[in-house]
Design a protein around this ligand. Structure first.
Ligand code: TXA
Ligand code: MG
Length: 353
């Protein structure tokens, strides 16, 4: 299959545009279209068509028990795909939709088990990206879309990343430039008595609690090592994810201690002829002796760090480093989402210095 790429830039996009009509045709015919959202690129198919969903799993190499998120263009479209909309969900939708938040509901019968990984619940998101919304509207169906990476690789934040992983496997890539947020949406389960975060993202626990009061966090998210007794409520969270090819370790501690420790490790590996990559902050970038040193951004700007994270992980693969050392980006806000991705990328290897 030849994968076509269409560039769609500018704010003035509509579901009546030629690109939207062409992409919608592919979706309605059961094909796959990768498209930008404000979080990461999604790999879209008709979410009500089990056969189309199967193609997503095949293109990504994704285990079939890992459910897909259904994307809608307006809140009103939700009534077709869920059993009911609890009050907390209405409040959260009011506050954060369209935007980088996904909610898990009891599914309506029309949603096939092929898209929910066999679950009786369905994850729904209303993205804010104008290209995503125009595509969904033009298609006239909810679009099932996981991140458009090959299973296990960092999520794509540029159309080039999608091309790396999906070229020849899907009909169409809509190139809308870089994704703003850079991390996948916050997932909130609203089926229980208290809303629970199943995956941290740009919408933080504090932001959710401002709207609906107490919010819980799936214990798996904050685990510092893999625990066979903890079963994540979002099935996808159990898989090794975001993994760069090189062996990666995170170092946590006072900034100067982390710098000297990483430099000491780097010198040791240089003596063995190894190539070392470092992921750090703007403040410390000049202090490292690694072969490739990427700053994720200023410590004061967590949004910048989130935005750059997946791109940097992919860059390390391009540079063929043998080892990656990363600073820790722990914090109460976006730090939970950033560290959730980093710790998985590092296979839970984190050292206190
Ligand atoms: O920002 C995002 O959410 C992006 C863009 C494309 O919208 N999508 C995305 O999809 O990250 P994906 O498939 O890479 O991650 C979806 C996560 C998986 O961990 C999956 O297990 C979980 O959502 N999930 C989906 N349906 C679920 C359900 N019914 N119950 C619990 N978790 C669910
Ligand atoms: Mg994903």
């Amino acid at each position: 299959m030849i994968t076509k790429i269409i560039n769609v830039t500018g704010n003035e996009v509509s579901s009546n545009d030629d690109w939207a009509k062409e992409a919608a045709q592919v979706i309605r015919a059961g094909g796959l279209v990768a498209f930008p959202t404000e979080t990461v690129y999604g790999l879209g198919a008709n979410g009500l068509d089990e056969e189309a969903a199967k193609k997503i799993y095949a293109a990504k190499g994704r285990p079939s028990d890992n459910p897909l998120i259904l994307h809608i263009s307006e809140f009103s479209e939700i009534k077709d795909i869920v059993k009911s909309v609890p009050d907390v969900a209405k409040k959260l939708a009011d506050a954060f939709w369209p935007g980088p938040m996904t909610m898990v509901f009891e599914k309506a019968d029309i949603v096939p088990y092929g898209t929910t990984g066999g679950l009786d619940t369905v994850a729904v998101r209303c993205p804010s990206h104008s290209v995503a919304r125009a595509l969904i509207k033009a298609s006239g169906v909810p679009i099932a879309a996981p991140s458009a990476n090959a299973s296990g690789r960092p999520s794509p934040t540029l159309a080039e990343h999608v091309k790396e992983d999906m070229d020849g496997k899907i009909e169409l890539i809509i190139d809308g430039g870089a994704c703003d947020v850079g991390l996948e949406s916050t997932i909130v389960d609203v089926t229980g008595p208290v809303p629970m975060i199943l995956r941290p993202g740009y919408i933080t626990k504090a932001m959710l609690e401002k709207v609906v009061g107490k919010v819980e966090v799936d214990p798996v998210i904050v685990a510092t090592k893999p625990d066979p007794n903890l079963k994540p409520k979002a099935p996808g969270m159990k898989y090794r994810h975001y993994a760069p090819k090189a062996d990666m370790t995170i170092f946590e501690g006072k900034s100067e201690d982390v710098v000297s420790r990483i430099n000491a490790e780097t010198e040791r590996l240089h003596a063995e002829g190894k190539k070392v990559g470092v992921m750090c902050s703007e403040e410390t970038k000049a202090m490292y002796k690694g072969d490739v040193v990427f700053s994720a951004g200023k410590r004061s700007s967590e949004a910048e760090v989130a935005h750059n994270l997946f791109n940097i992980l992919r860059e390390f693969d391009e540079c063929n480093v043998d080892y990656i050392f990363a600073e820790s980006f722990e914090s109460d806000d976006l730090g939970m989402a950033i560290m959730n991705r980093l710790i998985k990328a590092a296979g839970y290897k984190k050292t206190k210095v």
